[in-house]
Design a protein around this ligand. Structure first.
Ligand code: ISJ
Length: 361
């Protein structure tokens, strides 16, 4: 006697589970529609999307998951489910650095799921503008790459915007050389975003030493150009190769194996504390001795963990700098709130860029 369950029996079991799942998924969706009604009754029209609540839901799923599905898969599945539930409450427009096929678009899907309307913008500046003007409720912009450092354009624009950071998302960036060229030796020019060219500098020097390297507005734009001209190639993500029907000529050409980009979500609303948050701020000290010490001191004194500090020219005078700082915790957490009060007395300008939940996956 074999103990192997028959295929027919297993399939019957799966069909029954699917029927239960479908009923439960729709029960959940109906509940989200009820939530929307309650939000409207409470006068919360603008706050259908709640990044704090979403991150708590996803964290709970991650903590409860016992497999065999890996945490990452379980979280992605619930991410998609919440995205569809939210779309029933209120469809949302999210601006990203276009055209179709950029890593920023991947970041939109990872953070919001597929049920939002992703709207391509031509530049980082335009993303800020459409969110400031209200045409899109949120925008996703790159802020930092593990190989190449900060995206200065994003930091500069944050300085002059009233928008808040309300979330973060990380994407493992794999670059590919793509085009319609038969031999690598025939490639005369390689197009890509300046950041991507920099991430692949060593590979390009070694494998395409004679090709001209030209920076364009995005990787997907580069892929579009490589589709139109068969002597040039592009460096971009796999999705861009699929969209613009290009052959992948070389895979994973990034110099650093852990090449990762961090994106931030910008919007009009402030996220509530979740217990695992980050706060981003910018301060200006004026050009005086001991300035950096005065910035660091309040955090050290109150035991607040600083996770990143970056200086940028203030553009208000020669050698005048501002510091972009990320700290652990929410601005409403006691320790953080006290540190910010102290910091305010030590600096000439302090702007809170946002407190938001840390990325779950
Ligand atoms: C259902 C809600 O609204 C939205 C949908 C969520 C969900 O499907 O779980 C979670 C947060 C919100 O973005 C809510 O606020 O609880």
């Amino acid at each position: 006697m074999s103990s192997i369950t028959s295929l027919a029996e297993l399939r019957e079991k799966i069909d029954a589970i699917d029927a239960d799942l479908l009923r439960l998924i729709n029960e959940r969706a109906a509940c989200a529609v009820e939530v929307a009604k309650t939000k409207i009754a409470q006068g919360e029209q603008g706050t259908f999307y709640r990044p704090d609540r979403e991150s708590l839901v996803l964290r709970r799923i991650k903590d409860m998951n016992q497999g065999p599905l890996p945490d990452y898969t379980a979280v992605r599945f619930f991410r998609e489910l919440m995205s569809s539930c939210l779309a029933l409450e209120k469809p949302m427009n999210v601006a990203f650095l276009g055209p179709e096929g950029t890593f920023t678009q991947q970041a939109v899907v990872k953070h919001f799921g597929n049920a939002v309307k992703a709207m391509p913008s031509a530049t980082i500046d335009e993303i800020f503008t459409v969110v400031e003007g209200g045409a899109c409720q949120f925008g996703v912009v790159p802020v930092e790459n593990s190989t190449e450092g900060v995206i200065s354009h994003t930091l500069d624009r944050l300085l002059n915007s009233h928008l808040k950071i309300c979330g973060e998302v990380e994407i493992r960036v794999h670059q590919n050389l793509m085009g319609h060229v038969a031999n690598l030796a025939d490639i005369t020019e390689v197009f890509s975003h300046q950041q991507s060219l920099a991430q692949c500098r060593k590979w390009l020097d070694k494998n395409l030493p004679h090709a001209k390297l030209t920076a364009v507005s995005s990787n997907a734009e580069a892929a579009k150009m490589a589709a139109a001209n068969h002597q040039v190639a592009a460096i971009a993500g796999r999705v861009a190769a699929e969209i613009y029907e290009l052959d992948i000529l070389a895979k994973n050409v990034e110099d650093e194996p852990n090449n990762t980009t961090r994106f931030i979500i910008i919007g009009q609303q402030i996220s509530s504390p979740t217990g695992r948050d980050k706060t981003s701020l910018v301060v200006s000290t004026g050009n005086k001795p001991g300035a950096l010490h005065q910035v660091l001191e309040p955090f050290a004194k109150l035991g607040v963990d600083m996770v990143n500090i970056e200086s940028r020219p203030s553009r208000q005078g020669v050698w005048d700098y501002v510091f972009f700082i990320d700290i652990d915790g929410h601005c409403e957490d006691d320790k953080v709130a006290q540190a910010l009060v102290l910091l305010k007395t030590n600096v000439s300008m302090l702007k809170l860029l946002g407190s938001y939940p840390k990325a779950v996956i």
